[in-house]
Structure formats: structure tokens, C-alpha cells
Design a protein around this ligand. Structure first.
Ligand SMILES: [Zn+2]
Length: 266
């Protein structure tokens, strides 16, 4: 008789567990909704590495000005999002450190901002890259230039374990660590190019894939933006102007806002 009662008590207790705890556990804990809380903004180049050089401008300065404005707009309009810069002055964070900053901070997004250059001075327009090795030979000049920053670093041979940014064979090392995030990276990249084209009136050269070192190791959706060509005098003029920088930064900010709303399912 006593055994039966114990069993009955145990059974009632087991049945009651979900009701007991169900009331105390907030819905969010049971089904955590994704919230984009942290963004790492990476102004390309800096310090001893000027990046591309235009006739009157240096890439590192334009990248920094636009990046700081993007951060300012995010802080003003999305107070729930924390902005982390890989640099907020003319310093030279090593290429490897930039995605590391994003990984160490467990960021939800990594946006690297650059400006382009080409021997053909007529070339102009924006492009946004996501990580990828497919057909990268078509963009090898840009990829090589952006990755060659490594050669300015001390001990680069040790730090990058034999990776030679100028040799196409080296890129066989690049595996698809970004594969899990590629869909979201493309979504953001498309928002950025659409904003540049439709809202700022720039020529969009589209969303592209490239094996950029900074896009290789981040454990979160990541894009690399090329704001335009400093080798094209009209585009250089635009990117050097305060208004041009504000327009480009606003476009990137709006893309991040739209992306956030989209992935949070609002
Ligand atoms: Zn660059």
C-alpha cells in the first residue's frame, strides 16, 4: 500500500513538472529569438599601410572616415547594438587581428570597408564581396592587393604559415569556414549594393565572391565593401567629399538596419 502511494506521488510530481516550471521560465529562455547585438566595423588598412593611393587621397583615410560615420549612425539609431571598431584612428591592426577582434567579441556581423583602384582609370562603381574561392581569378588583382598588406607585417611568414598573397596556389588553403554564414553574408551584401545603386545613385558592380583574408576566419556573417575607385577622378572626388562619405555611410547603415530587421523576423 505504501509503495503504491509513493509511486502515485512520484507520478503526480512528474506530471506536474512541466506545469510547475513552464510558468516560471520566460518564453525567451525557452525559445531565444536571435537579436543582432554586436557589430565589428573594420576600416581597411591604416598606419604604415595607406592602401590604394589616388591622385589626391589615400584609401586608409577614406575607409576610416566612412567607417566612423557608419558606427555613428548605428549608435544614434540602433541603441541596442554595440559597435566595435578594429581601428578608430590611423593605426595599423594586422590583417589577422581584424577578424580575431570579431571572434573574440562574439560579434554578430563583420563589415570591412575599403576603396578600390584599377589601372584602367575609367573603371568606377561599388562592389561588395563575400568569402568565396569560385572563379576568384576574375578578381585576383583586388584580392591580391587587399591581402598583400600581410607583406608589411613583421614575421608575416610565421604568422601566416607560408601563405603568399601574391601566389594563386596559396588560395587553395582557403576552405569554406564561412560556409555556414554565406547566406546571411549575401543578404547583407545585396542590401548594401541595392542601397548604393538606388539610394545614392552609384554604379553597382554587384555582389561578388573573393578569397579575402579578413573574410576567411570570422565566425559570423561577413562582407567586404569596396566604396569605389580612387583611380577614377570623379569617384575619388565624390569619396573625398563630406557629402559623399555621409551618403555612402548612410547607405551602409540602412543596409545593416534592413538586414537586422530581416533576420530578426520583424
Ligand atoms: Zn583596401
Amino acid at each position: 500500500m505504501e509503495r503504491f502511494n509513493n509511486k502515485k506521488i512520484l507520478l503526480s510530481f512528474l506530471i506536474a513538472i512541466p506545469f510547475l516550471f513552464g510558468g516560471f521560465i520566460p518564453d525567451e529562455t525557452m525559445m531565444p529569438a536571435f537579436r543582432m547585438k554586436k557589430i565589428v566595423l573594420d576600416a581597411g588598412h591604416g598606419g604604415k599601410d595607406p592602401g590604394n593611393i589616388g591622385s589626391r587621397s589615400r584609401e586608409k583615410d577614406i575607409n576610416l572616415a566612412v567607417t566612423l560615420l557608419v558606427g555613428k549612425y548605428i549608435k544614434e539609431n540602433m541603441p541596442d547594438v554595440e559597435v566595435i571598431y578594429t581601428r578608430n584612428d590611423d593605426s595599423f591592426p594586422e590583417l589577422k587581428k581584424r577578424p580575431q577582434i570579431a571572434n573574440n567579441n562574439k560579434a554578430d556581423l563583420f563589415v570591412s570597408i575599403h576603396s578600390n583602384s584599377a589601372t584602367n582609370r575609367a573603371a568606377f562603381g561599388t562592389e561588395t564581396f563575400v568569402m568565396g574561392t569560385k572563379h576568384f581569378e576574375a578578381n585576383f588583382d583586388i584580392v591580391k592587393k587587399e591581402n598583400s598588406v600581410i607583406l608589411l607585417e613583421d614575421n608575416y611568414e610565421e604568422e601566416y604559415e607560408g601563405f603568399d598573397p601574391t601566389s594563386p596556389e596559396s588560395y587553395m588553403l582557403f576552405n569554406l569556414t564561412q560556409k555556414a554564414y554565406i547566406g546571411n553574408s549575401i543578404t547583407l551584401a545585396e542590401h548594401i549594393e541595392t542601397q548604393f545603386r538606388d539610394r545614392v545613385g552609384r554604379k553597382s558592380r554587384g555582389v561578388k565572391h573573393g578569397p579575402f583574408y579578413v573574410l576567411w576566419t570570422p565566425s559570423m556573417p561577413s562582407v567586404l565593401v569596396e566604396l569605389g575607385f580612387l583611380s577614377n577622378s570623379a569617384e575619388e572626388q565624390f569619396l573625398m567629399s563630406k557629402q559623399g562619405q555621409e551618403y555612402m555611410a548612410s547607405a551602409i547603415y540602412r543596409s545593416i538596419r534592413d538586414y537586422k530587421e530581416q533576420i530578426e523576423g520583424k
